[in-house]
Design a protein around this ligand. Structure first.
Ligand code: MSP
Length: 506
């Protein structure tokens, strides 16, 4: 296992407030960052905001404020939301920061001097004529449009552009990218996305990388009449935040894993790798494009009024419930539909009844009888716990969050079954020795549940571990904490506060 682990989310546009879709990617990245930290790796978890381009300039203008002031306010809001959702990012990059702008200029200058594998200049000047969607900040082909409009932004007019721009000669990388993708030199997952990218590579076009008509951006270093196309400098955040070209973090943490939704796979899985190859920088380890959410079967959109605010949801149900809900509902690579009604239902069945109930039952009894408890080396729950660890770690390595969660809930179901079978409330009257065995085993099992939950539901996990041991003993190695028998001192056991109060269905 490599000593360092580095993961990124997309940098989000600041034209809007973060919604549950942005939270989805960010929480997933957070779980992986926390999981790898617990595994003893040095982690760099990066998120941030994408602040340049026409879309942001227009949103600022609508508000009647300068783009920088607008971006400052919105970026602060993103940071507040991530704090609320307990996101443990190590850095937050804003594309209007000087460190970003300086490194973008350095990278562009390197690219200006680069040759493609076919011996051509990577950067050239050319005519761009075509359609542009400001909503996507992206060039569109005929086949992308429906009735001359972008299907993702049907309320916006597309623009007809005719400009002399700078281009990256991406098409020269077709064969190299195909080879590297096939050889696994960089991974694109899930496989459906990888196949989609392979077919895209059959018709790869060069990319215009500058705009004459957009002022809100970074000036092209060799042509001050133009700004860098916002997507190009946005992609560069992944290395500028690490201190490209010679920062310590760049040396230590690059290449990263990039998480995003499938809408922006091409930028990450084709264009970005071609840029990196031209600049002679190693390719990302993995580009993982997860599915898209709909709400009650519909695309989330302001005009439909169905945008779900993760902070509102967290205020009502708690941060950990939001984190649990988003990651447990469907496999990470798939599309899925969420609804507030389903959220309530799952809250009650999995959290109030499932987890909350088992923790309350075990700790109420164990705290009452803690003086009689001793470690039990051979316990019927031991193989249950061992099997759960075997499923849990590999599932998270594969970004199968739902499977890792299922592994934990299987342990909880086993605990429930064991309690029903052993009836500790009767043992209290008839067989105190067996009662001690039952409760010690259950308490030890909850310790494992606590550690497995830690990356996913950090506050809840800390409450469980603190109720068992008085504190969370972070100084243990992964091997130590996963071993059966780690709970040796039962004297600290306390009954915890109710973890998940039941929600009445409305
Ligand atoms: N600024 C670009 C990204 C540049 S990265 C170099 C951008 N920003 S965005 O604000 O539009 O964010 C897109 C990302 O938000 C998606 O890739 C995904 O991570 C997340 N999601 C936004 N809506 C979502 C859903 N409805 N469902 C799942 N993820 C969603 O694109």
């Amino acid at each position: 296992m490599s000593k360092s682990f580095s993961i990124t989310t997309p940098i989000y546009y600041v034209n809007d407030k973060p919604h549950i879709g942005h939270a989805y990617t960010t929480i997933a990245a957070d779980v992986l960052a926390r999981f790898h930290r617990l595994n003893g790796q040095e982690v760099f978890f990066l998120t941030g905001t994408d602040e340049h381009g026409a879309k942001i300039a227009q949103a600022a203008e609508k508000k009647g404020i300068a783009p920088q002031q607008f971006a400052d306010e919105q970026a602060a809001h993103f940071q507040m939301v991530w704090d609320t959702l307990n996101i443990s990012n190590d850095d937050f990059i804003r594309t209007t920061e000087e460190r970003h702008e300086t490194a973008v200029v350095a990278l562009l200058n390197t690219l200006k001097a680069a040759k493609t594998p076919l011996g051509n200049d990577f950067v050239y000047e050319g005519e761009y004529e075509g359609t542009y969607c400001v909503g996507c900040e992206s060039y569109k082909t005929e086949s992308d449009l429906v009735d001359d409009r972008c299907p993702l932004h049907p309320n916006m007019e597309t623009q007809q552009l005719k400009e002399t721009n700078w281009f990256f000669r991406i098409a020269d990388y077709t064969d190299v990218l195909k080879e590297k993708l096939a050889a696994g030199e960089y991974a694109v997952q899930p496989d459906s996305r990888k196949n989609e990218m392979i077919s895209l590579l059959n018709d790869l076009q060069d990319v215009a990388i500058s705009r004459r008509s957009v002022e809100w951006g970074i000036a092209v270093p060799w042509d001050s009449d133009q700004t860098v196309y916002v997507w190009i400098e946005a992609l560069m955040n992944y290395v500028t935040a690490l201190g490209y070209p010679d920062g310590d973090n760049f040396k230590k943490f690059w290449p990263s894993i990039h998480l995003m939704a499938k809408d922006i796979t091409k930028f990450h899985a084709v264009i970005w790798p071609a840029i990196l190859l031209a600049a002679d920088v190693p390719l990302p380890k993995l580009v993982y494009a997860h599915g898209f959410f709909t709400i009650d079967g519909q695309k989330m959109s302001k005009s439909l009024g169905n945008v779900v605010d993760p902070v509102g949801l967290a205020e009502e149900y708690g941060v950990d419930a939001v984190r649990f809900f988003l990651l447990s509902e469907f496999p990470f690579g798939n599309d899925g539909d969420v609804s507030v009604a389903k959220f309530k239902e799952r809250y009650n069945s999995f959290l109030a009844n499932g987890l909350g109930n088992v923790v309350a039952r075990v700790l109420t009894m164990a705290s009452k009888h803690k003086d009689q408890l001793q470690p039990v080396a051979d316990h019927p729950l031991k193989p249950v716990v061992e099997q759960a660890w075997q499923q849990y770690g590999p599932a998270l390595e594969r970004l199968a969050f739902d499977e890792a969660i299922t592994a934990i809930w299987r342990v909880l179901a086993e605990c429930d079954g064991y309690i029903e079978e052993q009836k500790p409330w009767e043992l209290a009257k008839t067989d105190p020795a067996q009662l001690a065995v039952v409760l010690a085993g259950l308490a030890e099992t909850l310790r494992h549940v606590g550690w497995m939950l830690l990356p996913i539901m950090p506050d809840t996990a800390e409450k469980i571990l603190t109720a068992l041991q008085g504190a969370v003993h972070y100084d243990q190695s992964p091997q130590e904490l996963q071993q059966w028998g780690g709970l040796t001192d039962f004297s600290q056991i306390q009954k915890p506060d109710v973890l998940f109060p039941r929600h009445q269905a409305q």
